[in-house]
Design a protein around this ligand. Structure first.
Ligand SMILES: C[S@@+](CC[C@H](N)C(=O)[O-])C[C@H]1O[C@@H](n2cnc3c(N)ncnc32)[C@H](O)[C@@H]1O
Ligand SMILES: COc1cc(-c2oc3cc(O)cc(O)c3c(=O)c2O)cc(OC)c1OC
Length: 343
């Protein structure tokens, strides 16, 4: 809530515009507020900044003595909070009071509810996806969150995992649940010979064909449909942050459709690429912060969807039950992993 508050008050931008360490009094007087900050609240601003300095968003001169002004600067992480920064949509979405209601219901869900998840409990059974269609601000923020995450992952994928797309038999890729198309656009731009498809629900991709990034890309197609029914055929089927939204039963339906879509003959050894978390993966176990991210996202999945973050054993069971012959965890991507599943 402190983070949300300083973003709403425009603190990161005020420090950024100051172009150097900014004193508490300068900060208080340069905030873009309808009325100047009342002098009685300046000390509250100092107290608000304190946990955020501790969390690493800002640095502050460490002078707690009375009368000394504090000077604040943005850290690299703090710069992500600037308008248009990659953390802004995340804060807009997850710290929105409307998105808090489901967290407040968690204990009641354990004790009394027969609803599948707390999110649906506070919305008369409406799923997150249905609700987004009725909540334009949150829909925009959610799209922003996914775009920022995809930009980051795509950058690593096209620079450090080129071999995945450059094998001689790989001619086509479909990004299932590809949302706004960020991943597919980046892949299509980097590998112009690869025929890429963004596949998502018809209402999600309705206006995508005319979108800035997609228009004019000859090797990019947009297809509307449901991954529970039929997935367009391709050599590589990509599932990024899809399976963690669903329970095992639904994941099996998705994975079976994807396995059927993957090309297979003497020359082609098509595969499904899953980008999702692997709980307790060795790259994460050694990193306290990545562990925290995994636990938080697992609870996010519990509260919003009937989904979960899975450990390797759970992934293995899913792939085998969906008829895949083998799988391999190729590499870690922060809290996530790239997993290949072979039909
Ligand atoms: C968490 S988002 C992931 C988006 C994208 N893969 C990414 O990582 O940025 C989940 C996506 O699944 C899509 N989705 C939900 N149900 C679907 C269905 N039945 N068929 C295809 N896509 C679906 C949503 O519209 C959304 O774009
Ligand atoms: C996994 O890394 C990040 C995920 C998100 C993120 O991902 C989601 C995935 C879903 O399937 C449904 C969701 O509602 C969400 C989110 O709400 C959400 O925030 C965001 C990230 O950084 C901004 C991630 O990187 C750590």
């Amino acid at each position: 809530m402190a983070l949300k508050c300083i973003v709403v008050l425009g603190v990161p931008d005020a420090i950024h515009r100051h172009q150097g360490p900014t004193s508490l009094s300068d900060l208080a007087s340069s905030l873009p507020l309808p009325l100047p900050l009342h002098h009685s609240k300046v000390d509250a601003l100092r107290r608000l900044m304190r946990p955020l300095v501790h969390a690493g968003f800002f640095t502050a001169t460490d002078k707690e003595e009375e009368g000394e002004d504090h000077y604040y600067s943005l850290t690299t992480m703090g710069k992500l909070l600037l308008p248009g920064g990659s953390l802004s949509p995340f804060i807009d979405l997850h710290l929105d009071p409307k998105m808090m209601a489901q967290w407040g219901m968690l204990s009641s869900w354990f004790l009394y509810s027969s609803d599948p998840v707390p999110f649906e409990m506070v919305r008369d059974g409406m799923s997150f996806w249905e609700w987004l269609e009725k909540a334009p601000d949150q829909k925009k923020a959610f799209r922003g969150v996914m775009i920022e995450d995809s930009k980051l992952v795509a950058r690593v994928l096209v620079s450090e995992c080129r071999e995945v797309f450059e094998e001689s038999w790989v001619e086509s890729l479909v990004d299932v649940g590809g949302g706004g198309g960020t991943m597919a656009v980046e892949i299509a731009k980097t590998f112009p010979k690869l025929k890429c498809t963004v596949f998502d629900l018809p209402r999600v991709v309705a206006n995508l064909k005319e979108g800035d990034g997609v228009k004019g890309l000859e090797n990019l197609e947009v297809v509307g449909g449901s991954m529970f029914e039929k997935v367009p055929p391709a050599d590589i089927v990509l599932l990024k942050l899809i399976l963690h939204d669903w329970d095992d039963e639904k994941c099996l339906e998705i994975l079976k459709c994807c396995r059927e879509a993957v090309s297979q003959d003497d020359k082609k050894k098509g595969k499904v690429i899953v980008i999702d978390m692997v709980m307790g993966h060795k790259a994460v176990l050694e990193n306290h912060e990545l562990c925290q991210v995994q636990y938080c996202f697992d609870l996010l999945m519990l509260v919003h969807f009937n989904g979960k973050e899975r450990n390797e054993k759970e992934w293995q069971s899913l792939f085998m039950a969906a008829g895949f012959s083998d799988y391999k965890i190729i590499r870690s991507l922060g809290p996530k992993c790239l997993i290949e599943a072979y039909p």
